[in-house]
Design a protein around this ligand. Structure first.
Ligand SMILES: Nc1ncnc2c1ncn2[C@@H]1O[C@H](COP(=O)(O)OP(=O)(O)O)[C@@H](O)[C@H]1O
Ligand SMILES: [Mg+2]
Length: 371
């Protein structure tokens, strides 16, 4: 008789073990499907939990990861529950919970407790691996982007240099001839066109040189707040005509940075002009400064038309523009990028079509003030 009972017990234990193992096996299978979306993966992993329990018909489960909850079928919360945390090495992500209905008075086995812990660990590992893969992909993309910009920068530097010399000659000689007397009115008008076209070309060359960092910044301590306070009067008038309001939100305790004031002024103007142009029917430009640890952050935020991901990918590339020919040359942000790189600072953009854009610049605090 005793024998008979223990055989039944072993069969039962074996059946439970098989359920657990097949649950773990299926989770490992899910983890090996890289194309499975995270939400689908978590839901499918969760669906495997109740069948692995001793009373699958009564068990239900809940999984919370990064604030999003997933529920198994027939989910009903109760106080009779097992919980295990989901976490990566650095942060807690959520938890996995299994419930038996209160009124059934069912008990969890110690093996089930272990199983839930193991499942939570598996899910944590899957999430951690996924986030590492995502970060790697993002980093690769940033590297590719930086690399592309560096290559275009070298090309621009070469072109700017080659064009600069003949251009100076064209401009110089045209101006010399203009000064000759007497000239026919026609000749004067034609020469004036040559001068104007050369000046335009020289401006393009200057911007290409700024983009490719051929114009070294003249570094001095700069009070960014003051630069913003002083530098926007002329823009404010233009903005007001278009129904665009500029709001300054400057943190008075922001320390100085080491920068070229005129180049930084150029950055702020280029960014604000873009914001203004993105709001043909009016809106807000908010310029703010903050200290974040050892950096000063400058934010230029607008409530304009925003950009889609495809445009955002290309905005720093010279001559990339979505505007009409008389509205933009596509050099504004290239210049911004060149200047920011030359300052060893960084610039980031976030944008949503129809909502607006924000450009965030981070510059190191002047080390004499950083204490
Ligand atoms: N604040 C902004 N809102 C929406 N789009 C922007 C903004 N800033 C830049 N862009 C996009 O980036 C492109 C490149 O900008 P930029 O280099 O300044 O050249 P341009 O202004 O001459 O077009 C713009 O044509 C526009 O599509
Ligand atoms: Mg522009």
């Amino acid at each position: 008789m005793t024998n008979h009972v223990s055989l039944e017990d072993s069969v039962f234990a074996l059946k439970e073990r098989i359920k657990e193992l097949s649950c773990l096996y299926r989770i490992a299978e899910l983890a090996s499907l890289p194309e499975l979306e995270p939400a689908a993966l978590l839901q499918q992993a969760l669906n495997l939990v109740p069948p692995a329990m001793q009373y699958p018909e009564h068990a239900c489960a809940h999984l919370m990861v990064n604030g999003v909850s997933y529920y198994s079928e027939r989910f009903q919360a109760s106080t009779n529950c097992l919980t295990a945390g989901i976490s990566t090495q650095i942060s807690s992500l959520g938890c996995l919970e299994v419930f038996y209905p209160d009124k059934q008075n069912l008990k969890f086995l110690p093996e089930e407790e272990k199983l839930i812990d193991t499942l939570a660990q598996h899910i944590s590992l899957i999430m951690e691996r996924r986030s590492i893969q995502e970060n790697n992909a993002k980093l690769q993309e940033q590297l590719r982007h930086a690399d592309r910009l560096a290559t275009i920068g070298q090309l621009s530097a070469g072109i700017a240099h080659e064009i600069n010399e003949p251009l100076s000659a064209i401009l110089g000689f045209a101006q010399l001839v203009l000064a000759e007397n007497p000239l026919t009115d026609n000749a004067t008008a034609d020469l004036q066109k040559i001068v104007n076209a050369s000046l335009h070309a020289r401006e393009v060359v200057r911007k290409l040189m700024l983009f490719s960092r051929q114009v070294p910044p003249k570094m001095v301590p700069v009070d960014i707040n003051k630069l913003i306070e002083d530098g926007f009067y002329f823009l404010e008038n233009r903005c007001a005509k278009q129904g665009v309001q500029i709001i300054r939100d400057l943190d008075p305790s922001v320390p100085s940075v080491i920068a070229d004031p005129s180049q930084m002024h150029q950055v702020l103007v280029n960014l604000s002009v873009n914001s203004m142009q993105a709001m043909p029917n009016g809106g807000l430009i908010q310029i703010s400064t903050r200290r974040i640890d050892n950096d000063v952050q400058i934010c230029i935020r607008d409530t304009g038309e925003g950009m889609n991901a495809e445009v955002m990918q290309r905005i720093f590339i010279p001559f990339f523009t979505t505007k009409d020919i008389d509205q933009g040359t596509g050099l504004g942000l290239s210049v911004v990028h060149g200047i920011i790189s030359a300052h060893n600072a960084s610039i980031k953009v976030e944008s949503e079509p129809g909502k607006g854009s924000v450009f965030k610049i981070l510059m190191k605090v002047n080390s004499e003030e950083s204490s």
